[in-house]
Design a binder for this molecule. Structure first.
Ligand code: N01
Length: 539
C-alpha cells in the first residue's frame, strides 16, 4: 500500500532484530494478539547474537536448561541441549528451530538493515527506512537489537594498513577462519577473548594474546548432558521456570545468605574450592552474598582466583601478569572459561602485557606495543561492543519534534523502566538501558519485556488508544533511581562496558538496572496494574 510518506506498507508493529527477543516479540504480537507485524533483520537468518558471534570457542555462559525460551511447552519439550554450556552452532540451531516451529521466518525481512526510524506525529506512527530502499510505517516500533551487537573495532593507528587478515569476533565469517600455520594476534581478554584464546591456540602456529587489563575468570566445567538428565530436568521444569522468574538475576538458584567475612580463611576457601570445581557464575553469588557489596569480602574471592592463576600457570612472571588487581571481581561482567589459564602453559602462546601504554601501532605485518612488536599474519579483535546504547543509536531514531535519540542521550541514556524514552512515543526498547538486561540471564529478561510490551499494546487496543509515551517526570525519576542503585555496591569500581568506559568519548553512565529482576518485574507489573502510571496514553 502506498501512502503520503511513500511507504510501501503500513503495519501495527515493526520489530527490529531476529534474536531471542525479536523472535518472541513477533510471535507474541502476531500469534497471541493477532497484530500485523513485520520483522526486520540485518542477518540472513534468525539468531541475533548467535548469528553474528561465530568466533572459535563461542558458547553460552548461562546453563542451557534455563538459557532458553520458557514460554512454550512445545519448545521446552522438543529440545534437549547436548551440554551444560552449548557452543554457538547449537544455540543458533535452537533459535532456527524455534523460528521454524513457530513459523516466524515468514514475518521477517532478512538481509535488511534499518537506516532510520522517524516518528510521524500527525499520522501517529513510525516511518522506518531500510538499506534495501523500503519505507515502512507502523504504529509501534519495537527494538530487539540486543545489548551487545554494535562491534567496537578500536581505531589503532595503522589498522587499515595491515596486510594480513583481521576479524572482529562479533562479525565472524560464516565459513570460519583457518589459523593453521598462522601467527595470530588476539587483542582483548574479556569474556570473548577468554573463550577464543584456548581454541585459537590449538590451531595457530603461534598466538599472541594482547592483554590491556587482566580479567578474573572461573572455569565453566562444561559437560555433556544425556537424555536421562533431560527427562529429570523436564519433570520439574515448572519449578525451574518459577524459580528463574522470581530470582534476582534470572538464575534458578537461591543465592547465599552468608557473608564472606563471617568465616575463617580455611572455611571460606573450602567453599570457594567447591564452587571452583562446580564451575560457572555461581562462584559470584553461590558462596557469599556480599562479594559485590563489600570490598573486603570481594578481595577474598579475588585473592582466591589469583591463587588459582598462580597454581595453574607455570611461568611465575606470566601468572603475575594474568592476575587482576585494582578492581573488584564481578564489577566487570565475569567471564567463565574452558582452559583459559592453562593455555598460557603452551609453547605456542605468548601473553603480551600492554597495560603500560596500550597497543601503539599496527604495521602492515605486525602489532606494536610500547615494549616491542610481534610479526603476525592475522589479527582477532576481541575488543567488545559499544554496549547497550550503540545498537539503538545505529538506527538513527528521531522522536517527537525532530529530537534524535543521539541528542536525547548525549549525556547518557535515560528511560522509563528501560522500556520507553520520553519524546519517543510508541517506541519500546527490549532490554534497553535502564532495565536489568545484561546483569541477568538474558532470555528471562527478554521474556519479561516482551510479555509486558504485548500486554501493554493489547490493553491500548482494547481501550481504543493508539499512542503511549513515557512522561518526562517518570523518566527522570526512573533514570535517577537507576543511577542511585548503581552506586550501591562495587559496580562503579571498574572501567567496564556497563559504564561505557570501553568506548573513547562515551559518557560514563551506569546503564543496566542493578536493582534485580524480581523487584524490577514487580515494578513493571505495578505500573501496568495502576493504569500505566508514568505513561501518557492517547487516541
Ligand atoms: O568485550 P569486553 P567481550 N587495545 O568489552 C580489550 C558478552 N559475552 O566481547 O579491559 C587493547 O568485555 C579490553 O581491554 P580493557 C558478555 O556480556 C557473552 O569480551 O578495556 N585492548 C578487553 O580486554 C561480555 O561481557 C558471552 O582494558 C583493548 C577486551 O578488549 C560482553 O559480551 C560470550 C582495546 C574487550 O572486552 C563483551 O565481551 C562472550 C584496545 N584498543 C561475550 N580495546 C556468552 O557466553 C578493547 N580492548 C553469553
Amino acid at each position: 500500500m502506498s501512502t503520503a510518506h511513500g511507504t510501501d506498507a503500513v503495519h501495527d508493529m515493526i520489530v527490529v532484530g531476529a534474536g531471542f527477543s525479536g523472535l518472541y516479540m513477533v510471535h507474541q504480537a502476531r500469534d497471541e494478539l493477532g497484530l500485523d507485524v513485520v520483522g526486520i533483520e540485518a542477518g540472513s537468518g534468525p539468531g541475533g547474537t548467535w548469528y553474528w558471534n561465530r568466533y572459535p570457542g563461542a558458547r553460552c555462559d548461562s546453563e542451557s536448561f534455563y538459557y532458553c525460551y520458557t514460554f512454550s511447552k512445545v519448545l521446552l519439550d522438543e529440545w534437549d541441549w547436548s551440554s551444560r554450556y552449548p557452543e554457538q552452532p547449537e544455540i543458533l540451531r535452537y533459535l532456527e528451530f524455534a523460528a521454524d516451529r513457530l513459523e516466524l521466518r515468514r514475518s521477517f525481512s532478512f538481509d535488511t538493515r534499518v537506516e532510520s526510524a522517524t516518528w510521524d506525529d500527525e499520522g501517529a506512527r513510525w516511518i522506518v527506512r531500510t538499506d534495501t530502499g523500503r519505507t515502512l510505517a507502523a504504529t509501534y516500533l519495537v527494538t530487539a537489537v540486543g545489548c551487545l551487537s554494535a562491534a567496537n573495532v578500536p581505531d589503532i593507528p595503522g589498522r587499515d594498513e595491515f596486510e594480513g587478515q583481521w576479524f572482529h569476533t562479533g562479525r565472524w565469517p560464516h565459513e570460519g577462519v583457518d589459523f593453521t600455520g598462522r601467527r595470530v594476534a588476539q587483542i582483548g581478554t574479556g569474556s570473548t577473548g577468554i573463550q577464543a584464546a584456548p581454541v585459537i591456540a590449538r590451531q595457530a602456529e603461534h598466538l599472541y594474546v594482547f592483554q590491556r587489563t587482566p580479567n578474573y575468570t572461573v572455569p565453566a566445567r562444561d559437560r555433556q548432558m544425556d537424555r536421562d538428565e533431560w527427562v529429570r530436568i523436564k519433570s520439574r521444569y515448572d519449578e525451574v521456570v518459577r524459580a528463574t522468574k522470581a530470582s534476582f538475576a534470572g538464575f534458578p538458584y537461591t543465592p547465599s545468605s552468608r557473608s564472606a567475612l563471617e568465616l575463617t580463611d580455611e572455611e571460606r576457601n573450602a567453599i570457594y574450592e567447591a564452587l571452583w570445581e562446580e564451575g560457572g557464575f555461581k562462584f559470584l553469588w553461590g558462596g557469599f552474598f556480599d562479594l559485590l557489596l563489600d570490598e573486603r569480602a570481594n578481595e577474598t574471592a579475588a585473592e582466591f582466583i589469583r591463587s588459582k592463576i598462580r597454581s595453574v600457570v607455570k611461568d611465575p612472571d606470566v601468572a603475575e601478569k594474568l592476575c587482576p588487581k585494582g578492581y573488584p571481581y564481578g564489577a566487570k561482567r565475569p567471564p567463565i572459561d574452558s582452559d583459559y589459564y592453562e593455555t598460557f602453559n603452551r609453547d605456542n602462546v605468548t601473553l603480551v602485557d600492554v597495560s603500560d601504554g596500550g597497543i601503539t601501532r599496527i604495521t602492515p605485518t605486525s602489532v606494536q606495543a610500547r615494549h616491542g612488536h610481534h610479526e603476525v599474519d592475522t589479527i582477532v579483535f576481541a575488543t567488545g561492543f559499544d554496549a547497550m546504547t550503540g545498537p539503538l543509536l545505529c538506527m538513527n531514531i528521531t522522536g517527537r519534534d525532530g529530537l534524535t535519540l543521539a541528542e536525547k542521550w548525549a549525556d547518557g541514556p535515560t528511560s522509563y523502566l528501560g522500556l520507553q524514552v520520553a519524546g519517543f512515543p510508541n517506541l519500546f526498547t527490549i532490554t534497553g538501558p535502564g532495565s536489568p538486561s545484561v546483569l541477568t540471564n538474558m532470555p528471562t529478561s527478554i521474556e519479561q519485556h516482551v510479555e509486558w510490551i504485548a500486554g501493554c499494546t493489547d490493553e491500548l487496543r482494547q481501550r481504543g488508544h493508539r499512542v503511549i509515551e513515557a512522561t518526562r517526570e517518570a523518566e527522570d525519576a526512573w533514570t535517577d533511581h537507576v543511577a542511585e542503585v548503581s552506586r550501591f555496591g562495587l559496580f562503579n569500581r571498574a572501567d567496564s562496558w556497563y559504564l561505557g568506559a570501553n568506548i573513547p568519548g562515551k559518557k560514563r553512565v551506569f546503564m543496566p538496572y542493578v536493582g534485580g529482576l524480581a523487584n524490577y518485574r514487580a515494578r513493571c507489573d505495578e505500573v501496568a496494574a495502576s493504569d500505566y502510571e508514568g505513561f501518557l496514553v492517547s487516541a
